[in-house]
Write a protein of this length. Structure first.
Length: 264
């Protein structure tokens, strides 16, 4: 049974306190014992750092923070709600997961949403899983960019999230370039529509880089976005499609650069 099946079935003891535990419990619509290591069945709870626990934390943080980003510019528009729903559908969430994701999104819009506390716990629960936190940040940027415009307040909030998670300014700028490249590819109907300049930005290398440096950058990015590796680190299975699409975009950028350079 998957981590989600265990949650909705109540067949485990869920020991997860803090703001994320409170958000998750409220979104599920039933009580979770966060003070003990066992639940109704008497089974042991998700171990700290365990994959199922991290999956629950990732899912909760992703949709609640997404709600916060949508509200940060003052109000949540119909388009932003449609964007969040579209992402949930893209992830092929089950009806129960969709309902919980929407509740988390609504909690994120609350004026007293504890953003910093959620981010601190998220980072702690992820331990040293940098690739997982990077995917979380990418999804937040992608959602903010979905209407084709990044509001100054949204960028400010995203920058703050980046800092809270320990990423550098360079890494943040690179992620922005990747999402912009995604939007460019969507606008042309294919990531094959990337320009050379954009492709270099996606790979995070300069046009003066050697072929060996280009290959190294490509392999590093593919390793960071490998779907199976991300799931092993705690990315919920339902979100694998997002990681797969990121890998495809990186590969498309690499193909553009390879063709321009005549690389094999």
């Amino acid at each position: 049974m998957s981590w989600w099946g265990k949650i909705i079935g109540g067949s485990f003891g869920f020991m997860l306190g803090g703001p994320i535990g409170a958000l998750f419990g409220a979104a599920l619509g039933h009580n979770i014992d966060v003070s003990k290591g066992t639940g109704r069945s008497g089974e042991a709870g998700f171990a700290p750092g365990g994959q199922e626990r991290v999956q629950s934390v990732f899912f909760t943080a992703t949709f609640s923070v997404m709600g916060y980003i949508a509200k940060v510019d003052g109000r949540v528009t119909k388009d932003e709600i449609e964007v969040a729903n579209a992402l949930m559908q893209q992830l092929n969430l089950s009806p129960e997961m969709m309902k919980t994701a929407r509740r988390l999104f609504s909690q994120g819009k609350s004026p007293n949403f504890p953003l910093d506390e959620v981010l601190k716990q998220f980072r702690q629960e992820c331990h040293r899983r940098q690739t997982l936190m990077r995917m979380f940040l990418e999804m937040q940027i992608h959602a903010a960019f979905a209407d084709g415009y990044l509001h100054p307040e949204e960028q400010k909030a995203l920058q703050h999230i980046c800092n809270m998670l320990g990423f550098s300014q360079h890494e943040f700028d690179h992620l922005l370039d990747m999402i912009k490249a995604h939007n460019d590819g969507t606008a042309t109907g294919s990531t094959g529509g990337l320009t050379q300049a954009t492709a270099y930005k996606v790979l995070d290398v300069k046009t003066t880089a050697t072929d060996a440096e280009v290959k190294k950058a490509y392999r590093r990015l593919m390793n960071q976005h490998h779907p199976d590796k991300l799931v092993a680190k705690g990315l919920p299975d339902e979100m694998m499609q997002v990681a797969t699409e990121k890998s495809q975009e990186i590969r498309a950028a690499y193909d553009v650069v390879k063709k321009a350079r005549g690389m094999r």
